[in-house]
Design a protein around this ligand. Structure first.
Ligand code: SAM
Ligand code: SF4
Length: 317
């Protein structure tokens, strides 16, 4: 389904928890704050996924906090798969991955993004607050062994870890990572107070473009993608520097406390569906009907974050 700005709805991003075993200094927590709530059940998430498919959603991404801290993660994945989406993927810090990658694959998880912001132990701890680099690397290897492909790495560029970029590219190449996402620091959540660490992607992107054997622009967020001679694909995620980023947004979000959130950067464009998901006096069909109605409203109020540049300018002054 297309919104008022001609943008299709194709991707549902679900926050499973606000709890995390890391404390990255820039964490945006998906723009949701860090209030401690239990989180939706697999059945409740399944209901939303089912309706989202009716509105054109093809892919579901699970996120958090740290989604692998949910003990019922395999059940959540199985329930979403039953809704008919084409792909279920997960973004994780990778710390628990080596223990559970097999179970997640078995439950139907299609692929995975692992966040890796540094390859030196000291820098990794400085960014994440945890001495966990070896476990994350083991998790990445196990995910590959279990066939969670394509496997993608997420690296957030900041002035605190920019010295790591060459090592991350080399690691991705030698470990046959399919894609490396270089992400610009977003001024959301802790990313707002740590925005003084923001770094432009311009130079790095130019260097990558110079050696790339193929360049393309992805429909999603109009993200530039470069293929290196090794075959590694590097995707640049730069909402700040790319003025048409929002015009390519195909996403809707389900928050940990049951709201449909239409934009990472805004909390004024949300529809609360917790009643529809929780009420014991509603039948299954009545719940679906209420959620359908909420999707219609959410799609009608979705809009590109036009004011974004003004906000960032304000943050910098
Ligand atoms: N805990 C998981 C992880 O870190 O992969 C999933 C949740 S995390 C909020 C989702 C993604 O957002 C991660 O790749 C993380 O590195 C990225 N991220 C977090 N804060 C960010 C920020 N301020 N700017 C850009 N990306 C950020
Ligand atoms: Fe945890 Fe992910 Fe946030 Fe880091 S970015 S603190 S791993 S939720």
């Amino acid at each position: 389904m297309i919104d008022r700005y001609g943008r299709p709805l194709e991707d549902l991003r679900v926050t499973l928890t606000h709890v995390c075993n890391f404390s990255c200094f820039f964490c945006h927590m998906e723009g949701e704050g860090t209030q401690s709530v239990v989180g939706l059940s697999p059945e409740q998430i399944g209901l939303v996924a089912k309706v989202s498919v009716e509105f054109g959603v093809k892919t579901v991404k699970l996120t958090g906090g740290e989604p692998t801290l949910r003990r019922d993660l395999p059940e959540i994945i199985r329930t979403i798969k039953l809704s008919g989406v084409r792909e279920v993927s997960l973004t994780t810090n990778g710390f628990l991955l080596s223990n559970i990658a097999g179970k997640l694959k078995e439950a139907g998880l299609d692929r995975i993004n692992v966040s890796l912001h540094a390859l030196s132990k000291e820098r990794f701890k400085d960014v994440t607050g945890v001495d966990g680099l070896d476990r994350v690397i083991e998790g990445i290897k196990e995910a590959k062994r279990q066939g969670l492909r394509p496997i993608k790495l997420n690296y957030v560029l900041t002035k605190r870890n920019d010295s790591e970029i060459e090592n991350i590219i080399r690691f991705s190449e030698t470990n046959e990572i399919d894609e490396l996402h270089l992400i610009e620091l977003h001024p959301v959540g802790l990313g707002k107070s740590s925005f003084s660490y923001h770094m432009s992607m311009e130079k790095i992107e130019k260097d990558i473009a110079n050696i790339a054997i193929k360049s393309e622009i992805r429909n999603k967020h109009f993200r530039p993608r470069y293929t290196l001679p090794s075959g590694l694909v590097i995707e640049i995620v730069k909402p700040y520097a790319n003025p048409i980023f929002c015009a390519g947004c195909n996403r809707i979000r389900l928050t940990v406390d049951g709201r449909l959130k239409t934009c990472l950067y805004r909390d004024d464009r949300e529809i609360d569906i917790l009643y529809a998901l929780s009420s014991s006096s509603l039948s299954y069909e009545e719940k679906l009907e209420l959620i359908r109605h909420a999707f219609e409203i959410a799609i009608s109020i979705r809009e590109p974050n036009f004011k974004y540049l003004t906000k960032v300018e304000t943050l910098q002054t």
